[in-house]
Design a protein around this ligand. Structure first.
Ligand code: SF4
Ligand code: SF4
Length: 98
């Protein structure tokens, strides 16, 4: 997306285009990346409910892979994930490392 110069901004930076947040890829802010361990997932959807950025995708009532364009790496999903028998289904890893 093309960046605007300050002369192009609205007075007071008033937002005149509701819903424009979909254009921002908050995933570019991320320092840590949530990694889903499917074998440990019980599809409780806590991660979907708690994620502030709607970055956990769900299909047919089952959790599927993250939308990494929207995930800013806050780690709430990993904190809230109960996993299977105490084994977390989401772990946070430093971005750029395996
Ligand atoms: S919170 Fe954990 S166990 Fe529940 S759906 Fe998300 S990844 Fe799976
Ligand atoms: S790390 Fe934060 S933003 Fe990313 S999926 Fe988890 S709860 Fe959502």
């Amino acid at each position: 997306m093309k960046q605007k110069g300050w002369k192009e901004l609205t007075p007071g930076a008033v937002i005149t285009e509701p819903g424009n947040s979909v254009k921002f890829k908050t995933g570019s802010w991320r320092a840590f990346r949530p990694v889903w361990i499917e074998d440990n997932c019980i599809h409780c959807l806590f991660c979907w409910a708690y994620c502030p950025d709607m970055a956990v995708r769900v299909k047919d009532g089952k959790r599927i892979q993250f939308n990494y364009d929207a995930c800013k790496g806050c780690g709430i999903c990993a904190l809230e994930c109960p996993g299977k028998k105490g084994n977390k289904a989401i772990v946070m890893k430093e971005e750029g490392k395996q």
